[in-house]
Design a protein around this ligand. Structure first.
Ligand code: CA
Length: 527
């Protein structure tokens, strides 16, 4: 891997000239490099449990499975901060939150003047485009073309913000519309003489999991087994006990589960009215036709306690799956388009999510925690010709690795300050001996919705050590081999003291390496 660095003692004029020369040489280098395109499809909150190429228990996702079957599946894929905006910022910059400064969704605005991989790809001669969810508060930079949804976006008849700063409403279902726009860019708008990088960022599968009308009737005859730890009592895990993301307590029967009746009140009723208020007559008629009998039955039964919790779980699963179904169909449309245009051989196709999600594990929906279900994210790739690797890749990878991967694939230099590591050697079938042995994680958004306390931690192949801090000072240790669902906090047990000592040393090393100013203090720890 080639790295370049400007000498900071140069005058600005020299630096500008050197910068120009560096980008010329970048371009020259890229010109002699195979022109691989990159199609990066990222969903929101789509966990591996709900993809049949990862998990066969729940639903079929034949189009996503095509990507994995023709390419590779990462079995140890993780994010650096399990939340929408921060995860997107990590992906774009190849840096942890402490370096890209987008810590949380509630207080941060992404500094669009900073280095991102789309900007570096432009310098290497690529045409770059972004369609769909952005969620970084500032407008996109580094894209020749972009069209984004404001904030979280709406499932029905969504607004799009266009590059000339107009807002347009498009009729239809968002997953179809984002795909239509992505294909339209590839077909009609791009400069076909240049390699391209297209980011397709879906709103799906985000809360509140609103199905397209054509999929409403799916999965209704299915009943799903509860996860073994659905009734977790969070013993020995203070932060887990303090969250507000439980299916039983926090999933709103109207907003989340669509049990709307004028005479019933829930905290999020008005939000539900807003979302369904966007539907046109035809969409609303199909929606009501499906939901009205379920609503009537629900209020008539007056479920309580465990019966209510389990009813909520079943509805949650069905709504989520219907939303995934549209996504899978639309991924199929993109694959078919690339095939039809003869682009498959020279295109890297990536499918991932901004993080994982809980499907009732620990009794939860949502994400945020460093526990496995939400620290993990699915990652599958279809590789261009010349990359012969197929099947599973089991090295630990993180979303900060995508930026350097795309740069190396494009033949561009990887700047020194990028914290991720290129996955290209893995895609070529190599198993680098010095591959990372541990991953760093840091979640900041607290106090905020769902009330998951701030924490950082380290994950190795076998262990996970987490420190919850801020208004709490609580450590957790898991042996992932013996306890993969993280139910037994081993921190403080005498026999694990040597393991904890080593993990804390490694944790501090990572915090120093990534220059995280919020870090574990060995001095305070000894007090
Ligand atoms: Ca998300």
């Amino acid at each position: 891997m080639v790295r370049t660095r400007l000498n900071l003692s140069y005058s600005m004029a020299t630096a500008t000239a050197v910068g120009f020369l560096a980008s010329c040489s970048n371009l020259q280098k890229a010109e002699n490099h195979p022109h691989y395109n990159i199609v990066y499809i990222m969903t929101d909150d789509h966990c591996a449990q709900m993809m049949s190429c990862y998990d066969s228990r729940y639903m079929e996702t034949p189009n996503l499975d095509r990507i994995a079957a023709d390419g590779v599946r990462f079995t140890q894929s993780f994010v650096a901060n399990s939340l929408s905006g921060p995860s997107r910022a990590c992906m774009l910059t190849g840096k942890h939150s402490c370096a890209n400064k987008f810590y949380d969704n509630t207080t941060c605005v992404f500094d669009g003047s900073q280095q991102t991989f789309p900007k570096l790809l432009q310098k290497a001669g690529y045409q770059t485009a972004l369609v769909g969810k952005w969620h970084l508060e500032s407008l996109p930079t580094g894209f020749d073309y972009w069209k984004i949804v404001p904030g979280q976006g709406d499932y029905y008849n969504p607004d799009f913000i266009t590059q000339d700063n107009d807002t347009v409403r498009e009729r239809g279902y968002i997953t179809n519309l984002i795909t239509d726009n992505a294909i339209d860019w590839m077909e009609n708008r791009r400069d076909a003489s240049k390699p391209f990088c297209l980011l397709i960022h879906h709103k799906a599968i985000h809360r509140s999991w609103m199905s397209d009308t054509c999929n409403l009737n799916l999965y209704e005859d299915k009943t799903f087994p509860l996860p073994d730890n659905f009734y977790d009592n969070y013993e020995g895990r203070l932060a887990a006990a303090a969250q507000e993301m439980s299916v039983a307590k926090d999933l709103d029967v109207i907003y989340d589960l669509k049990m709307f009746r004028e005479d019933k009140e829930t905290p999020l009723k008005s939000a539900y009215k807003y979302y369904t208020g966007r539907m046109d007559k035809e969409q609303k008629a199909a929606w009501d036709k499906f939901y009205n009998p379920i609503i009537e039955d629900f209020y008539q039964r007056n479920l309580q306690g465990k019966e209510l919790a389990e009813w909520k779980f079943q509805r949650y699963m069905r709504d989520y799956m219907k939303t995934v179904k549209s996504l899978d169909d639309n991924v199929g449309r993109v694959l078919d388009y690339l095939k039809e245009k003869g682009l498959l051989d020279n295109t890297l196709i990536v499918y991932t999510s901004d993080q994982g999600f809980y499907m009732g594990e620990h009794g939860w929906f949502d994400k945020r925690f460093m526990y496995e279900e939400s620290m993990r994210t699915p990652l599958i790739m279809r590789l261009p010709k010349g990359f012969d690797r197929r099947g599973d890749i089991s090295e630990m990878v993180q979303n900060i690795d995508y930026a350097p991967t795309f740069l190396e694939l494009a033949g561009a230099d990887i700047p020194d300050d990028i914290q991720g590591v290129s996955l290209v050697p893995l895609l070529k079938g190599k198993h680098p001996e010095n591959w990372r042995k541990s991953l760093y994680y840091h979640f900041y958004e607290y106090p905020a919705e769902h009330m998951v306390k701030r924490h950082y931690g380290i994950r190795t192949e076998r262990y996970k050590l987490i420190h919850f801090y801020n208004d709490i000072d609580s450590w957790e240790l898991y042996d992932l081999q013996a306890d993969p669902t993280e139910m037994r906090n081993l921190y403080g047990q005498l026999e694990y003291e040597p393991v904890v000592k080593k993990l804390k040393e490694e944790l501090l090393k990572l915090q120093e390496q990534y220059n995280d100013p919020v870090r574990f203090s060995p001095e305070r720890d000894r007090e």
